[in-house]
Design a protein around this ligand. Structure first.
Ligand SMILES: *[C@@H]1O[C@H](CO)[C@@H](O)[C@H](O)[C@H]1NC(C)=O
Ligand SMILES: *[C@@H]1O[C@H](CO)[C@@H](O)[C@H](O)[C@H]1NC(C)=O
Ligand SMILES: *[C@@H]1O[C@H](CO)[C@@H](O)[C@H](O)[C@H]1NC(C)=O
Ligand SMILES: *[C@@H]1O[C@H](CO)[C@@H](O)[C@H](O)[C@H]1NC(C)=O
Ligand SMILES: *[C@@H]1O[C@H](CO)[C@@H](O)[C@H](O)[C@H]1NC(C)=O
Length: 708
């Protein structure tokens, strides 16, 4: 062949490749809308009809109804009353009291109970001293000192720890105060633009929009010497003239949010492995701990501090609702200095996960896990009591129906985690200890935490493959406020998905709760269930970042009773969890939908792939084709399931293995993260070369699992 001939051939090849590539992209994205519509049709039908016809379908319905009928609001209330009576910060006497309670309750129901002890590094304020912030006058005398925090009037108030930031180092820092809004990267960028020097400054930020740990880390990285955190009324008392707790659920000015300020999770002394007795502990120098002191204050104190700021008026977006002009400290003189004092101590204490098991009848080696943390920053009625109370009643319902002769196909475990407030410690240590076993045996992990985050609508975040199962469970439970309709109907009406208006909006899994190690270290499908939002005087309170009394001393029984007077909302969540757990533990074919996963990935990668196409066209091509293969394998598997002979148990086992295991491929073991379900759940992925090739490989491996 002549050189010219070769050239022509090469050019033809390139043209063909480009045309194929572009068509591939177009077809992929064209189809996406059709596929989404199709997915809606199927999820509509899976919602309304029993998923699969099998000899067991009728019995499923019966068990389902029995489990839900068992659940009683009064039991949930009783558990909550006990659990929230006394403060139970992890590693304290109050915490041990809840360990004993949960263990005894499980045992009384007839469960086999195992305690998993871990010796973990926790952080507490030093008793005789209280952490504080003072404003100084020109001579260095304190002219205002922050309060030690609200009290509830309960006999157990003396057991509440003073407001503090867990893992803040000790220190006494004097410096200029600088306001940095929410402490997001864009907030610090604005300070840069205004020429504000953070060196040796004390940075005051409001809670919200990004984690406490990230705020502190960013301030430290920019030279800040210490941090003050507070809740602005704009976020926790949107209408400052409202009455506050106990008349309403709004945060009063003297109540302070506590919380952990690390950016990593698990026991800081045993990163990546379990903190069992005698395990090696890394030296403190090597631990991933915050580097500058931090102290939380109430908004009454924050107002005094912020009022004293100097400089220029901050933009609208930075203005909170303290009724003052929030300033950006552009000046060098003027404002009075501030002194922050923190005296905390790190202490290794023993904490316990309490795990109750119900053995499966036919596939005991496959396990459905339900979990919830038990420790609280103080009384913890909502966080996490509302979840623990629901989980205990759920466990009782399973035990009661089991006594009537039923046994789930697969094993069910109810897990009460320790030390979540210190960075998901109990769940993370357990996953680290049982990593291999869980990877082989865990079907799904269903998380509870603050069940009563609101009372307006059911709210779920989930791995895409469990969305349909979540909706189906919600379709079987009457709405707690109006029994003529279902939870699902109210849910999809109140928080609908804009892309498929007949479906509720189900977010990707939230990362700041115990489902995180299951998703990121194992690739186990997860859900997180709760009620959210509150409608007040016809105004929907959407934009508070959590419930206003979150992580404060007022998170108590009266608050729970105000939000859920008859415990009907808690009962509805327990019923949904009962059905979801039954479905996963007892359905012949696992209710896991790889196709929904494929569609979700396509939707999320669509934009970044189009953006990356100019720069990395080959890689985008491979990624596109891997995505197509994954979608096709998931559709083929669905067909195979639809045509399956439900009596061939060997075949069913094989199909279930595929459903259970494909998502394991999505874990990036080097990074300890999930490739598709990133932290911060709704952040847009951006893809560069290495992530693209990791994603391509993962999709190929998952497609292989589904089709092999
Ligand atoms: C799904 O169900 C809703 C409500 O029952 C109905 O209005 C809608 O048309 C259905 N969507 C499809 C695609 O069938
Ligand atoms: C507080 O809320 C009420 C009811 O929504 C409203 O009428 C009033 O104007 C609000 N007051 C302020 C100061 O925002
Ligand atoms: C539904 O609610 C109404 C009124 O609140 C009540 O009378 C009725 O018994 C309830 N029905 C069921 C099935 O619970
Ligand atoms: C929902 O919670 C809010 C805030 O606690 C409360 O004012 C309201 O009465 C509750 N609504 C219902 C229906 O219980
Ligand atoms: C693909 O990438 C190569 C090298 O970066 C570039 O020369 C070519 O123009 C790209 N093609 C398309 C269709 O973007």
């Amino acid at each position: 062949m002549t050189t010219t001939g070769k050239k022509v051939l090469v050019i033809v090849a390139i043209v063909v490749a480009v045309v194929c590539f572009v068509t591939g992209l177009l077809i992929g994205w064209f189809l996406l809308d059709d596929l989404m519509a199709a997915s809606e049709t199927t999820s509509n039908s899976t919602v309304t009809s029993a998923q699969r016809t099998s000899p067991e379908a009728a019995e499923d319905l019966m068990v389902s109804a029995k489990l839900m009928e068992e659940i009683q609001a009064s039991h949930i209330e009783q558990h909550l009353r006990f659990l929230s009576e006394r403060p139970h910060l992890a590693g304290t006497e109050g915490d041990q009291r809840t360990v004993d309670y949960v263990k005894q309750e499980f045992e009384a129901m007839g469960y086999e109970v195992t305690l998993y002890p871990y010796d973990v590094l926790l952080s507490y304020p030093v008793e005789e001293h209280f952490n504080k912030v003072s404003m100084l006058d020109g001579r260095g005398n304190a002219i205002h000192t922050t309060e030690p925090g609200a009290k509830t009037g309960s006999a157990w108030d003396s057991e509440v720890t003073w407001p503090y930031c867990m893992y803040s180092p000790s220190g006494k820092v004097k410096g200029k105060l600088i306001y940095a809004n929410y402490g997001r990267p864009q907030d610090f960028k604005l300070l840069d633009k205004k020429g504000v020097d953070l060196d040796q400054a004390i940075v005051i930020m409001r809670y919200g929009k990004t984690s406490r740990g990230k705020k502190v880390r960013e301030a430290a990285r920019r030279g800040g010497a210490a941090v003050i955190l507070y809740n602005d009324p704009a976020d926790v008392n949107i209408n400052v003239t409202y009455n506050v707790f106990p008349a309403t659920w709004w945060l009063p000015g003297d109540d302070v949010e506590h919380g952990n300020i690390r950016t990593s999770s698990g026991d800081p002394a045993t990163p990546g492995y379990a903190a069992t007795e005698g395990a090696y502990r890394i030296p403190k120098k090597q631990m991933d701990l915050p580097s500058i002191p931090c102290h939380p204050v109430g908004y009454r104190d924050a107002r005094v501090l912020l009022q004293n700021l100097d400089g220029e008026s901050a933009p609208e977006e930075w203005q909170g609702k303290l009724g003052i002009d929030y300033m950006i400290a552009t000046g060098t003189e003027g404002a009075l200095p501030v002194e922050l004092t923190v005296k905390n101590t790190l202490d290794t204490r023993r904490v316990y996960n309490v795990v109750a098991s119900l053995k499966g009848a036919t596939e005991p080696e496959r396990v459905v896990l339900v979990g919830n943390h038990r420790d609280a920053v103080a009384y913890g009625a909502l966080d996490p009591g509302s979840g623990t109370a629901v989980m205990l009643e759920l466990a009782r319902a399973f035990a009661a129906v089991t006594r009537q002769g039923w046994q789930p196909r697969r094993t069910v475990m109810f897990c009460s985690w320790a030390a979540e407030e210190f960075g998901l410690i109990g769940s993370t240590e357990w996953v680290e200890e049982k990593r291999r076993w869980l990877s082989d045996h865990a079907v799904a992990y269903l998380n509870l935490d603050t069940v009563l985050q609101g009372n307006y609508t059911f709210d779920m975040s989930a791995t895409p493959s469990l969305k349909a199962a979540g909706m189906r469970a919600a379709s079987k439970v009457p709405d707690p406020h109006d029994n003529s309709t279902t939870v699902l109907d109210v849910w999809r009406q109140r928080v609908h998905d804009d892309r498929s208006p007949h479906q509720p909006w189900i977010r990707r899994p939230v990362s700041d709760t115990d489902l995180q190690p299951f998703v990121h270290l194992l690739g186990v499908p997860v859900t997180h269930s709760r009620y959210s939002f509150v409608e007040e005087d016809g105004v929907l309170v959407y934009h508070v970042r959590n419930y206003p009394l979150y992580h404060t001393v007022y998170d108590t029984m009266p608050l729970a009773a105000m939000m859920d007077p008859n415990f009907a909302v808690s009962k509805a969540v327990a019923a949904i969890m009962a059905e979801l757990t039954r479905d996963l533990a007892d359905s012949l074919i696992l209710p896991i939908q790889p196709r929904d996963y494929a569609l979700d990935i396509m939707m999320h990668l669509k934009e970044p792939m189009q953006k990356a196409a100019d720069k990395f066209n080959n890689s985008v091509f491979y990624l596109q084709s891997a995505l197509d293969d994954f979608l096709k394998s998931s559709q083929d598997l669905q067909k195979e399931i639809d045509n399956q002979d439900m009596l061939n148990l060997f075949e069913i086992q094989r199909l279930n293995d595929k459903l259970m295991l494909f998502e394991r491929e999505f874990v990036d073991h080097k990074e300890g993260t999930h490739l598709f379900l990133t932290h911060g759940s709704n952040s847009k992925p951006s893809i560069d070369h290495p992530t693209m090739s990791a994603i391509t490989q993962a999709l190929r491996a998952a497609a292989f699992t589904l089709s092999s």
